[in-house]
Ligand binder design. Sequence first.
Ligand code: HEC
Length: 112
Amino acid sequence: MKIRSMMIALALTSAAAASRAAAQADGKALYDEHCKKCHGVVGRPPKTMKEKFPKIYTFDAAFIAARSDDSVVKILTKGKNEDMVSFKDKLKPAEMMEIAKYVRELGSKSHP
Ligand code: HEC
Protein backbone atom coordinates (compact mmCIF):
# COMPACT_ATOMS: atom_id res chain seq x y z
CA MET A 1 0.00 0.00 0.00
CA LYS A 2 2.72 2.40 0.96
CA ILE A 3 4.73 1.56 -2.16
CA ARG A 4 1.63 1.98 -4.27
CA SER A 5 0.95 5.48 -3.01
CA MET A 6 4.61 6.35 -3.42
CA MET A 7 4.39 5.25 -7.02
CA ILE A 8 1.29 7.32 -7.58
CA ALA A 9 3.01 10.33 -6.06
CA LEU A 10 6.01 9.72 -8.29
CA ALA A 11 3.84 9.43 -11.37
CA LEU A 12 2.06 12.67 -10.49
CA THR A 13 5.32 14.48 -9.91
CA SER A 14 6.77 13.44 -13.24
CA ALA A 15 3.55 14.29 -15.06
CA ALA A 16 3.69 17.77 -13.51
CA ALA A 17 7.34 18.11 -14.50
CA ALA A 18 6.55 17.01 -18.05
CA SER A 19 3.72 19.50 -18.40
CA ARG A 20 5.95 22.25 -16.98
CA ALA A 21 8.62 21.40 -19.54
CA ALA A 22 6.02 21.44 -22.31
CA ALA A 23 4.72 24.80 -21.15
CA GLN A 24 8.24 26.25 -21.22
CA ALA A 25 8.85 24.83 -24.67
CA ASP A 26 5.60 26.43 -25.83
CA GLY A 27 6.59 29.77 -24.37
CA LYS A 28 9.89 29.67 -26.23
CA ALA A 29 8.32 28.53 -29.50
CA LEU A 30 5.67 31.24 -29.29
CA TYR A 31 8.23 33.88 -28.37
CA ASP A 32 10.47 32.83 -31.25
CA GLU A 33 7.54 33.02 -33.62
CA HIS A 34 6.03 36.33 -32.52
CA CYS A 35 8.53 38.37 -30.52
CA LYS A 36 12.09 37.39 -31.40
CA LYS A 37 12.18 39.50 -34.55
CA CYS A 38 12.03 42.72 -32.51
CA HIS A 39 12.97 41.69 -28.98
CA GLY A 40 15.88 39.41 -29.86
CA VAL A 41 16.74 35.75 -29.28
CA VAL A 42 17.59 36.20 -25.59
CA GLY A 43 15.46 39.29 -25.00
CA ARG A 44 18.12 41.77 -26.11
CA PRO A 45 16.92 43.55 -29.25
CA PRO A 46 19.28 43.46 -32.23
CA LYS A 47 20.95 46.72 -33.23
CA THR A 48 18.73 47.19 -36.26
CA MET A 49 15.63 47.05 -34.05
CA LYS A 50 17.17 49.43 -31.51
CA GLU A 51 17.72 51.89 -34.32
CA LYS A 52 14.20 51.43 -35.58
CA PHE A 53 12.60 51.49 -32.12
CA PRO A 54 14.79 53.57 -29.78
CA LYS A 55 12.40 52.91 -26.89
CA ILE A 56 12.39 49.12 -27.17
CA TYR A 57 13.28 47.30 -23.96
CA THR A 58 15.84 44.67 -23.12
CA PHE A 59 14.21 41.90 -21.11
CA ASP A 60 16.71 41.95 -18.25
CA ALA A 61 16.48 41.68 -14.47
CA ALA A 62 15.40 45.32 -14.08
CA PHE A 63 12.72 44.89 -16.71
CA ILE A 64 11.12 41.83 -15.17
CA ALA A 65 11.50 43.20 -11.65
CA ALA A 66 9.25 46.08 -12.67
CA ARG A 67 6.58 43.91 -14.28
CA SER A 68 4.34 41.02 -13.33
CA ASP A 69 3.38 38.24 -15.74
CA ASP A 70 -0.11 39.73 -15.69
CA SER A 71 1.16 43.13 -16.80
CA VAL A 72 2.96 41.51 -19.73
CA VAL A 73 -0.24 39.67 -20.66
CA LYS A 74 -2.10 42.97 -20.44
CA ILE A 75 0.35 44.61 -22.87
CA LEU A 76 -0.03 41.67 -25.23
CA THR A 77 -3.81 41.91 -25.02
CA LYS A 78 -4.21 45.65 -25.36
CA GLY A 79 -1.00 46.64 -27.07
CA LYS A 80 0.91 49.75 -26.06
CA ASN A 81 1.29 51.82 -29.20
CA GLU A 82 1.80 51.47 -32.94
CA ASP A 83 5.19 49.79 -32.39
CA MET A 84 4.17 47.33 -29.69
CA VAL A 85 0.80 46.25 -30.98
CA SER A 86 -1.87 44.01 -29.52
CA PHE A 87 -1.53 40.28 -30.09
CA LYS A 88 -5.04 39.41 -29.10
CA ASP A 89 -5.93 38.21 -32.59
CA LYS A 90 -2.83 36.02 -32.77
CA LEU A 91 -2.45 34.61 -29.28
CA LYS A 92 -4.81 33.00 -26.81
CA PRO A 93 -4.67 34.24 -23.19
CA ALA A 94 -2.98 30.98 -22.11
CA GLU A 95 -0.34 31.42 -24.79
CA MET A 96 0.28 34.99 -23.66
CA MET A 97 0.86 33.66 -20.16
CA GLU A 98 3.38 31.10 -21.46
CA ILE A 99 5.20 33.88 -23.30
CA ALA A 100 5.15 36.10 -20.20
CA LYS A 101 6.78 33.28 -18.22
CA TYR A 102 9.37 32.80 -20.92
CA VAL A 103 10.14 36.53 -20.95
CA ARG A 104 10.65 36.26 -17.18
CA GLU A 105 12.99 33.34 -17.71
CA LEU A 106 14.99 35.34 -20.27
CA GLY A 107 15.18 38.27 -17.90
CA SER A 108 16.45 36.15 -15.05
CA LYS A 109 19.42 35.01 -17.12
CA SER A 110 22.25 37.46 -17.26
CA HIS A 111 23.18 38.62 -20.72
CA PRO A 112 25.49 41.61 -20.77
C1 HEC B 1 7.42 45.00 -34.42
C2 HEC B 1 8.32 44.80 -33.30
C3 HEC B 1 7.82 44.15 -32.04
C4 HEC B 1 7.27 42.89 -31.90
C5 HEC B 1 7.02 41.85 -32.97
C6 HEC B 1 7.01 42.73 -30.48
N1 HEC B 1 7.36 43.85 -29.80
FE1 HEC B 1 7.22 44.16 -27.79
N2 HEC B 1 7.84 46.07 -27.98
C7 HEC B 1 8.25 46.64 -29.18
C8 HEC B 1 8.60 48.04 -28.94
C9 HEC B 1 9.10 49.01 -29.99
C10 HEC B 1 8.38 48.28 -27.56
C11 HEC B 1 8.55 49.59 -26.81
C12 HEC B 1 7.24 50.35 -26.95
C13 HEC B 1 7.31 51.72 -26.29
O1 HEC B 1 7.42 51.78 -25.07
O2 HEC B 1 7.20 52.69 -27.03
C14 HEC B 1 7.92 47.01 -26.99
C15 HEC B 1 7.59 46.83 -25.67
C16 HEC B 1 7.25 45.62 -25.11
C17 HEC B 1 6.99 45.40 -23.70
C18 HEC B 1 7.06 46.44 -22.60
C19 HEC B 1 5.78 47.20 -22.47
C20 HEC B 1 5.81 48.03 -21.22
O3 HEC B 1 5.94 49.24 -21.34
O4 HEC B 1 5.71 47.46 -20.15
C21 HEC B 1 6.71 44.07 -23.55
C22 HEC B 1 6.37 43.35 -22.27
C23 HEC B 1 6.78 43.48 -24.86
N3 HEC B 1 7.11 44.44 -25.79
C24 HEC B 1 6.58 42.15 -25.10
C25 HEC B 1 6.49 41.59 -26.37
C26 HEC B 1 6.15 40.22 -26.61
C27 HEC B 1 5.95 39.18 -25.52
C28 HEC B 1 6.09 40.06 -27.96
C29 HEC B 1 5.70 38.82 -28.74
C30 HEC B 1 4.35 38.33 -28.50
C31 HEC B 1 6.42 41.34 -28.57
N4 HEC B 1 6.65 42.25 -27.56
C32 HEC B 1 6.50 41.58 -29.92
C33 HEC B 1 8.31 46.02 -30.41
C34 HEC B 1 7.85 44.75 -30.70
